[in-house]
Write a protein that binds this ligand. Structure first.
Ligand code: SF4
Length: 365
């Protein structure tokens, strides 16, 4: 797997998808020596179950462990610390990661209880937990979601889970962007597997999940977060820590040079009823007419409508936006995705990104 590769898999059998995408990436070859110590770092930020759109699904954790054990890797740990104010062990149980660790015999380390050292992170002093720094290979398992302060959160920010609580609080007092970027100059980012099953639109703690039913794989955390900006309808410069991380040499935001590899095609049918009635998402859905729509396509549309609403333009949208495979070969007024290519107005892509749909919606408002 190359640094500029982006692997994508769609579906609803999350553990099976995880095994399949890891085989496609050939993660075992990337790790190499079977004796290496490997840490898995999920997002267990707060006490909300994964279906709320804030925390890593246990099926993904199980899939990664199953893959690694099947390939002869035995020195595995799962590590995380919940945000300051929550007990990690509570989140560990609510998100069913305790059951996964028990089933596969993998120890869980609460980073709140770990010791730490302070590092010079490209000119900024940052304390990082010792056990996280000691591993040979770090697998980051973030959730693709919104954040009320930084707009998006995924690979780079997920590493706040390997710093002590006092350091998390300090990050907030000095503005989150600089310290998040600098932290990533010292912590390990060897492989990133993104839970893009149902991330929240706005809040790190969940509550407005948008179903996408995707899992994504990256080696470059900056490329990952640039992809997330695009998927959420933001420019990279809307999220300063991503650009700062690039300037610090952590990775590249250049999506145009990325190599996108589809492990399968988005063919799942996601009926509107499967969206949680979270008020905001239900309100945005009223502007859509889904019919056999893939989760990735309608998820991108909801995110773009959300951005349009944030920009104060949604009330000017007079069109109902069609999306879904049932529109293939048909004509109509306004649609998103290649399936609506026959419509008067349509944005191409399979699926198009939220940024592409957002630009399309701007022509309609
Ligand atoms: S364009 Fe059609 S096939 Fe492609 S993701 Fe959208 S609904 Fe699915």
């Amino acid at each position: 797997m190359e640094r500029n590769d982006i692997y994508v898999i769609h579906g609803r059998a999350y553990q099976e998808m995880t095994l399949r995408i890891l085989e496609a990436c050939d993660l075992a070859a990337l790790i190499g020596d079977r004796e290496k110590s490997i840490a898995l770092k999920p997002n267990l930020v707060t006490t909300t179950p994964p279906e709320e759109g804030a925390t890593t699904h246990p099926e993904i954790l199980a899939g990664v462990i199953e893959y690694l054990q099947a390939h002869g890797f035995r020195n595995l740990t799962v590590m995380e610390s919940a945000w300051a104010g929550a007990r990690t062990e509570d989140v560990f149980q609510i998100c069913y990661h305790n059951r996964v660790c028990e089933r596969y015999g993998v120890p869980f380390l609460d980073m709140k209880k770990d010791t730490y050292q302070t590092y010079d992170a490209a000119g900024m002093e940052i304390a990082v937990c010792d056990r996280a720094m000691a591993v040979d290979f770090m697998i980051n398992l973030p959730v693709l979601k919104g954040h009320c302060q930084t707009k998006i959160t995924c690979a780079l920010k997920n590493n706040k889970g390997i710093i002590p609580d006092f350091e998390k609080r300090r990050f907030h007092t000095i503005g989150l962007h600089q310290p998040i970027a600098h932290l990533n100059t010292v912590c390990k980012n060897d492989f990133i597997l993104v839970d893009n099953i149902c991330g929240d639109l706005e809040f790190e703690e969940g509550g407005n999940p948008v179903v996408m039913n995707r899992i994504l794989a990256f080696r470059d955390p900056v490329l990952c977060d640039a992809f997330v900006c695009d998927a959420m309808g933001y420019a990279v410069d809307d999220v300063p820590y991503v650009r700062i991380a690039e300037r610090l040499g952590i990775g590249s935001t250049d999506l145009s040079s990325a190599n996108r590899i589809r492990v399968n095609e988005p063919d799942d049918e996601e009926e509107p009823a499967s969206y949680r009635p979270s008020g905001r998402v239900a309100r945005l859905m009223k502007h859509t007419a889904p019919d056999n729509a893939c989760s990735a396509c309608i998820g991108a549309l909801i995110r773009a409508l959300h951005r349009t609403e944030q920009q104060g333009k949604l009330s000017r949208l007079r069109e109902t936006v069609c999306v879904g495979q049932a529109y293939r070969g048909k004509t109509g007024r306004c649609g998103v995705g290649n399936c609506t290519a026959g419509f008067e107005k349509s944005v191409r892509g399979c699926p198009p990104s939220a940024a592409e749909i957002l630009a399309f919606l701007e022509t309609l408002t």
